[in-house]
Design a protein around this ligand. Structure first.
Ligand code: SF4
Ligand code: SF4
Length: 378
């Protein structure tokens, strides 16, 4: 990769967005809508959240103005890139009566190519986790594979840690180390506004070669390092991960599960915003004449009663069993299933939980309170 590192200006970022659009990509990036930062189609730098930052805490999210024009001066909003690679609603097939038989039509494989602008390091780890689920398991998800194969990723190293972020303790950020085509670090100093750009693939190096740029200096590289070091030192939360799998699997009846359930609304928000949660259900619809039917796949949540319905009733009837299922899967049994944690420390489930239930606080409480034997559990 000849153009491994270079400095580009805001004009270079504009040229990057234009070059990706020119190559047929649907360019997606952060933009402000409805009081939040969301991912949507962007036509240029003017669509980015210039001068905005986010303040996040348990059950709380607000946008505030910054005192500079940073384009990526926030952590992230409720959405993740999951919604493009693993859409919330997807048609699996349609069927039409054809004489005495049925004609089944599979959905068209999506042909859109996505370019993600501004993916955070934790989000790259989340995409890698979903790759394991949809690409590396015994059953390949064709729609996911088609979208993923055509994705160009521009990562942006974090210059702001959200109040609920804990990527440092999950070893998933704040610097993007792999899984990107280009990585940018936004540099705002002395009235200047530039980006240290680093190629992570041949496609990224080729594109960087086309942009207006100058060679990266030692000062640019040191400034970029300082940005991620400062962010790493400002994490809003941390999670102690040593022996977490054993800790949770040894405590299925710990009294903390009931405590969490007394605050949990079973709304499923935490699973909807989580960039790694992948569970789905299927709905069948037929028209009024009974001549055609459609099967649709939709995101589902382990917090619903229906989710664990097996013949005769739901397996997880109590709120405590559902919260325990979600958190123990994320932090413990995910290792058995996929070889990694199911949590990348993005903090979305904490911010977007209406009652502010905090996965780091719940794990710490179980660790501090000791095993269920010492609490009288069975
Ligand atoms: S469990 Fe929470 S902190 Fe972890 S990846 Fe999911 S939303 Fe982010
Ligand atoms: S933990 Fe919070 S976000 Fe998740 S289901 Fe319970 S109330 Fe909803």
């Amino acid at each position: 990769m000849s153009e491994a590192k270079a400095a580009i200006g805001v004009d270079g970022l504009q040229a990057l967005i234009g070059a990706l659009a020119g190559r047929g990509y649907t360019v997606l990036g952060p933009t402000v809508r409805d009081g939040a930062i969301v991912y949507d189609e962007i036509a240029g730098v003017a669509d980015l959240p210039a001068g905005w930052t986010d303040r996040q805490n348990g059950g709380r999210y607000r946008l505030e103005r910054r005192d500079d024009d940073a384009l990526f001066g926030f952590a992230h909003g409720p959405q993740s890139w999951k919604r493009f690679l693993h859409p919330p609603v997807q048609t699996l097939w349609t069927a039409r009566k054809n004489g005495a038989g049925l004609e089944i039509t599979p959905p068209k494989t999506p042909s859109r190519k996505f370019a993600f602008i501004g993916a955070r390091s934790c989000e790259l780890h989340a995409i890698a986790i979903q790759d394991k689920v949809f690409l590396d398991g015994p059953f390949l998800d064709k729609a996911y594979a088609a979208g993923r194969r055509n994705t160009f990723i521009v990562a942006v190293n974090c210059g702001e840690a959200g109040g609920t972020c804990f990527c440092v303790s999950m070893k998933t950020g704040p610097k993007a180390e792999s899984g990107f085509d280009l990585a940018l670090t936004e540099l705002l100093n002395g009235g200047g506004h530039s980006f240290l750009a680093e190629a992570g693939s041949e496609a990224g190096a080729e594109l960087l070669g086309e942009l207006p740029k100058r060679p990266a200096t030692e000062d640019d590289i040191a400034a970029a390092k300082a940005v991620v070091e400062r962010t790493a030192g400002r994490m809003g939360r941390s999670l102690q991960t040593d022996s977490i799998k054993q800790l949770l699997q040894d405590n299925p009846n710990h009294p903390r599960w009931e405590d969490a359930a007394s605050r949990c609304l079973s709304c499923g928000n935490c699973t909807m915003v989580c960039p790694t949660c992948f569970c789905t259900t299927v709905d069948d619809h037929s028209d009024l004449t009974g001549s055609s039917a459609t099967r649709v796949r939709k995101w589902d949540s382990c917090f619903t009663l229906d989710f664990s319905y097996i013949h005769g009733g739901a397996v997880r009837r109590s709120g405590s069993s559902r919260y325990r299922q979600w958190m123990t899967h994320k932090l413990a049994s995910w290792y058995d299933q996929f070889g990694t944690s199911g949590c990348v420390g993005c903090g979305r489930c904490i911010t977007w939980c209406p009652t502010g239930i905090d996965i780091t606080e719940e794990a710490a409480a179980i660790r501090t309170a000791g095993t269920e034997e010492s609490n009288g559990g069975t």
